[in-house]
Ligand binder design. Structure first.
Ligand code: SF4
Length: 511
């Protein structure tokens, strides 16, 4: 029932990226980044930096005092007539939703966009229980029809072309669908409208939860969020415990950062504030309101002071838009619901590095993600920290890198730290690589090094850096006598090693 992968092989996933995907992704990300840059310019780059710093501090305050703010939130939601449920993990969260659904004899659910429900594979659990579950965000509706996971945090179907979506509508909905965005939206809209009215339960996520007032805030670009949360008689909101913020003032800062960073808008098209179920004097709204607070590994992330800042994320998607790796491989290569730089740091922490060890390495470490992040999450620093966790282990997890990689890292450390070994390498490597060399590249290496050449060629070993330096500057890094002494020492070592091997073989034969 869980969609949590048991192993993410990023390099293998990259092999399956269809050629039409990168241009489709880059078209959307370029547009978002352009809009964002324009608005930051308008806002004033200095003022923007002040706002980012404020956002960082607000989120840090919330994450460092989750116990306080979550208790305050629970009290406020309860006071407003809502019911709060705590879920330690995905299985508990699914049980809670199914129980609420059974209590209300729910047969149809309409759902607004929610990454937390994707994380626990809620749709599948509901469908298995015989409850029809329909995504109503247009992008989510499309990926649900395609049987895929979202490939971007805010634009789930960014990897698909309009022609591909038209084909999908023709195949799954049996309609004549032209490859034209307005017509495709109209088809989806007509289908969904009936469902909003018929559903007995509406499910949503929460971009923010305000502890001071018990308000759930939904930020969307379509009207579907409001329909899901107001038309059905039961509304279940679903949120990671990390989405809590202290008060409405904090919220106003974060909303400014979110809309500009996500879609390049001053404010999102719809920003909905939900506080409990329908009150006596109100005409609209659900009769029951439930809030499910999901941990699912988030308190474990809190243990590590460096990686803890991952939880500051407000899911704007800007780091995906700017990332050169994401732009070339798309979201599905990251193997789970979170992709791009935030996926590379969040998934290994939620799933464990035994499952997602590849992801912290799926980055060029160019630093663009850290620069663009509206709440200043030090993504490159966390990536390096997680690489260290994978290879050497830390207080959170033991090392999970394969023994071959660990042995390779140790051998590299010894080779680079031992001058005579380094010299020996510079003499032997050009000879060893000869049969595999094509010009300046090694296009195919044998296992285990083929993990690299699956994706790109390896640069051939050029020349001894010291020799190159000596030639270039005329000022030798290594004096000639030292180099000669090293060569003599290496030769003696090799001769002694061969002699020792021969003696052992002869001794073995005599016995
Ligand atoms: S890590 Fe930063 S840039 Fe990336 S989605 Fe989260 S808030 Fe946005």
């Amino acid at each position: 029932m869980s969609n949590a992968p048991t192993h993410i092989d990023f390099r293998a996933n990259v092999q399956h990226v269809p050629p039409q995907m990168p241009p489709s992704v880059q078209k959307a990300t370029t547009k978002f980044l352009g809009n964002r840059a324009g608005l930051v310019e308008l806002f004033g780059p200095d003022k923007w930096e002040v706002l980012r710093q404020a956002g960082h501090e607000i989120r840090l305050q919330a994450i460092n005092h989750l116990d306080h703010y979550l208790a305050q939130l629970e009290a406020q939601v309860t006071r407003a007539g809502g019911q709060v449920h705590w879920a330690r993990d995905a299985a508990e969260a699914r049980v809670i939703v199914l129980r609420i659904a059974r209590e209300h004899n729910v047969k149809r659910v309409v759902k607004a966009k929610s990454m937390a429900t994707e994380e626990i594979n809620l749709n599948h659990a509901l469908e298995e229980a015989g409850i029809q579950t329909l995504e109503t965000d247009l992008g989510e509706y499309i990926v649900q029809l395609a049987g895929e996971m979202p490939s971007h945090i805010i634009v789930p179907a960014v990897h698909l072309t309009k022609e591909g979506i038209a084909d999908l509508f023709r195949e799954k909905l049996g309609v004549d669908a032209p490859a034209e965005p307005t017509a495709l939206t109209a088809i989806a809209r007509a289908r969904l409208r009936e469902e909003f009215l018929a559903a007995e339960m509406g499910l949503s996520g929460a971009n923010f939860m305000v502890a001071e007032t018990g308000t759930i805030v939904l930020v969307t670009t379509e009207g579907n969020g409001r329909m899901c949360t107001t038309l059905p008689p039961v509304h279940v909101a679903f949120a990671g415990i990390d989405t809590v913020v202290p008060d409405l003032h904090s919220l106003s800062v974060l909303l400014k950062l979110l809309a500009r960073s996500a879609t390049g808008q001053k404010i999102s098209t719809y920003t909905s504030f939900i506080r409990g179920p329908r009150q006596t004097a109100e005409e609209n709204g659900p009769q029951e309101f439930h809030l499910i607070l999901l941990d699912n590994g988030r308190t474990r992330i809190l243990q590590d002071e460096v990686t803890r800042e991952t939880l500051l994320c407000i899911r704007c998607g800007a780091c995906l838009n700017v990332c050169p790796v994401y732009n070339n491989v798309g979201g599905h290569a990251y193997g789970w619901v979170y992709s791009g730089p935030i996926g590379s740091i969040l998934s290994p922490q939620l799933l464990g590095t035994a499952v997602a060890a590849d992801l912290p390495f799926a980055s060029s470490l160019c630093g663009a993600c850290g620069d663009v992040c509206p709440v200043k999450i030090p993504i490159p620093k966390i990536l390096l920290h997680l690489r260290h966790r994978v290879v050497e282990g830390d207080q959170v997890e033991s090392a999970t890198a394969s023994q071959i990689i660990q042995a390779g890292v140790n051998a590299g450390t010894v080779a680079f730290g031992t001058p005579w070994l380094y010299q020996l390498g510079t003499l032997l490597l050009p000879l060893i690589q000869k049969p595999l060399q094509r010009g300046e590249w090694l296009p195919k290496l044998p296992p285990p090094f083929d993990r690299w050449t699956m994706v790109r060629p390896f640069p051939a070993f050029g020349a001894d850096f010291r020799a190159w330096w000596n030639k270039r500057t005329g000022r030798p890094l290594t004096p000639k006598w030292m180099r000669n002494a090293a060569i003599i020492a290496i030769t003696v070592e090799v001769v002694l090693a061969l002699a020792w091997l021969l003696t052992r073989r002869r001794g073995g034969r005599r016995r």
